[in-house]
Ligand binder design. Sequence first.
Ligand code: HEM
Length: 447
Amino acid sequence: MSDFIPPRPGLAQGYPGPGRILHATVRDLLSLFPESGFNRHLMPFRTLTRRVLVVNEPELLRQVFITRHANYEAKSQHFQHALAPLIGDSMFLNSGATWSGRREVMTRMLHPSRTAGFHPIFVRGAEELAARWSGEVDVAQGLATATALAVMRALLGPDEPWEAAERLAVSFGAYESSVFAVDFAHALGLPKRWSGWQRASAHRAAREVRDLCAGRIAASGAAPGGLFAEMRAARGPEGAPLLDAEQLVSEVAFLLLAGSETGANVLTWLLYLVAKHPPTLTRLREEYARVLGGRAPEVADLPALVFTKAVIQEGMRLFPPVPYLSRQAAAPDRIAHIPVAKGDTVLAVTWLLHRQAQLWDAPHAFRPERFLPDAPRKLPRFGYLPFSFGPRVCVGASFAMAEMMVFLAVLLQRLDVTADPSMIPVPGARLTLRPQTGMRLTVAPRS
Ligand code: HEM
């Protein structure tokens, strides 16, 4: 089978100086890393006065994320800065007892054993999306809406409307395109009171998201059976509510962001990849004909969609929606031969790790077969981390995998998707890895 090598940004050669750091902050974080970064195990550099260490080797990553998790539990100052206006003091930005109490609730809500209960939401959302698409569409936008809607319905009940999810997706997009992912004041070593500066447009978009969340919570009446009711009923050790009204809005905003921007980006790249690689599309459709015979998948069908799962895994390898995991050292440490000071930022960059030549054959090529159970080369342990790993691993991984499988099966059975040869989508990142200028594909009902 011939390889398809999707586009990627041209990377610089050397380490970033102040000019490139500024460019990366306002445009695209991927441009921070040099081309040699794909194959380096450790990359220490400075953002002006602060030290950053990129760790890009499976065993060293295991140390950071598992063995020495306690020292690297906290999200970096830059991550806090980029997300706090939107998701407040959500568990994602917390550590210690606040994080573990809220994580326990989320783990219960999104436990893999509950995924089957969400299945009808996925099927309905995928079918609604397929019915809305025709002609040339920005699939990134439609998928952002449909995946936000799936989380809204799981949280707040099945009546959540498409239009509310659409407004939310637009506001998330506006936030992402105006937010600074690096905290300048922190990078410059200025006093803490200068930290947290963001453009007015980022604050405006964050406000829109939070108001929308508060409005939907009020309108839904916390529908019984929706996950939000469980979150609201959760109690702390003293028996008092675990989350007050503002914290509930923060957690809902976070779940909507975490649960939509991620899956939507994977599906966006996947539609492009299969449009550009007919052998993969043919094999997917053979699988659908054999397992589903033209209908939407049922829960019991998912384990049989083995190639679909491999395609999704390969999509997340090439385009991990969370392209970097960012931590702050609580105490001095040493990673391999490099000393780490208290407060240093330690980064796992899945965008680099997933394309490292020592770990992957033809690292930039789209080859779903590498994820099939009978693939000749074993997957690198701790070298493939789309959902992170260790105590802070993604809580929504089962939800996300089932959702993406259903969406791909429904959309590719219903629609033909083609990419104009002149459209060359280049990935970029502030918060999530997205095509920098959307993804315009031509969609037509299958005859
Ligand atoms: C393809 C889809 C998804 C991907 C690739 C993904 C990836 C990730 C990653 C990498 C992290 C950890 C970030 C870090 O350690 O800094 C994370 C955390 C998290 N994700 Fe996901 N996610 C996806 C979908 C979802 C969905 C659908 C939900 C919920 C509906 C969700 C809920 C969460 C939560 C609650 C956390 C925080 C865990 C913690 O801090 O303890 N995710 N996700």
